[in-house]
Structures are given as C-alpha cells and as structure tokens.
Design a protein. Sequence first.
Length: 291
Amino acid sequence: KGVPGVAGLTPFATMGAHFMNRNDTSAFGDYWSGWAISRLKDSISVAYDTNDCAAIPAEGHSASSVYATAFISPDADLNKIRFQNVQLGVMGFFITNSTIAYKSMLNGDGFAKKFGGASGNDPDYLRIIIRGWNNGVLMPDSVVFYLADFRDTNNVNDYIVKDWRYVNLGSQFNDSIMYRLESSDNGGFGMNTPAYFCIDDIIYVAENVNDLSTNPSIQLYPNPVCDELIISNKSDEKTAFTILTQQGALVKHVLLEAQQQLKVDAKNWSSGIYFVRAKTASAEYYYKLVR
C-alpha cells in the first residue's frame, strides 16, 4: 500500500523534454502530481480514477496518439519542463484543457463553480503563467495563456479552450520553463478549479537550419517567398508543417497527407525570416524562409 506522505519520483522524456511524475500510494489512496503520459481519448468521463489524464479534444495535437498531462504539484520543482537539447531554440508548444477541467468549468462540480456563474456574467478565468530559465538564470518576462476567459463584458466572447492552441514562448526560453495556474475560483485550500492541463508537440527550431534541398521529398517554394508559398509533401508519410516567425509566433500549422501540396497566402506576411518545421512520424526537418 505504501507509506502516507512518502512519494516515488519517476522521470521520463518525450517530445524532446524531461518531465517528472510524483506518485504517492498510501493507505488513503493513490495520488500523483507533476506530469503523466496519456493515450486517453475520452472527452466525456469526469471520473478521476480512470480519466484524469484525458485531453478534451480526445486526441493529441495533429491527431497524435500520445500527449502529456500536468497536474499542479505542491512541489514547485515538479512544475517544470526541462528541454533535452539546448542547442535548439524552443519556440513554443500546443496546449489544451483536460476533460475534467473543461467539464468542471463548463458545468461546475461538487467543489468548483460553473464559469460565468448563474447569470453568465461572472468574470471567471483559468490561466497559466510561464517563466523561462536560461543557463540557470530566471528570465524576467513571463508568458500568460488563458485556458478559459469570461472577463469580457460581452458574454459572446467568453470561452473555454476545447482544441489545441499554440503558446508562443519566444526565443528567450532555451533550457527549461516553470509554470503555475491561476483561477478566479478559489477557496481556503487554493484553487477550486481542477488544476490540470495538457500539452503536445513542443516546437524546436535549429539556429543553423539546413537548405531546402536537404530532403527532396519536402519542397517549399519560392524562397524568398512572394505572395504565395507552395508546400509540397512528396513523401510517403503524413507530414505536419509548422511555420513560425523568427520571434516564435505561429503563422500556419497544417497536416498534409502523403503526395499532397498546399498553397499558402503570404500577401500579409511581414518582411523577415520565417522558420518551418516539417514533422513526420519518424523524423523532423527544419527550414528557413525569407519574405
């Protein structure tokens, strides 16, 4: 059964990053915090014992089969992501709500309120605040992303994130990040809102990206880009293309089947450098475009 209060720590790596899971199996139950790997595809159940690691989209980003679920730990050192290859710039990742957190904010539960309240006018929110570490130095700026936001006076603009959304970390986040959750719904023991979220598909970009001729099965042209960019996937694998600005902002993310191509409107692109990551089930390729 284990000893109450004595937790086992299990590190694991995925998506090019290190995560930590804290598990305390005691006479009073089985509790975990930190991070867990999930393959769950259940957007319905709110059962903590079987579905607390599920993401509300019922699949990973770009239909991946595996993603990571966080449950905020009392040990702040577990509320971190450490990146494996500091030679690559970490630009961002995709995030969404867990099924349990989403359903709680949508409907309320035995501990937490329905966001918006009975009138729909309560200015509720759930947000994640992220700060980066670079060579042991805590970066001064933070990134704030709202997993739910009911603060607008126009209720039409209220939302709870139900799909995968991109979080731009910018180029300053190189080796690790730390984070915390904040909710408008709090009690004597802290947040009432379930303290979960899910991430997938961490985006890295190499500084010395290779020329476009690196992989003849993937073609991006013209380069420099004019008013239109052609993305061509001549490989036999489904390929996810992610286009980012040099500052890490998401321009386009598209999943192309094998032997397909797509025309991307670039008329409104600003002049500058853009990074492209092409990801298959077996490999990743990095490119640089100029507009």
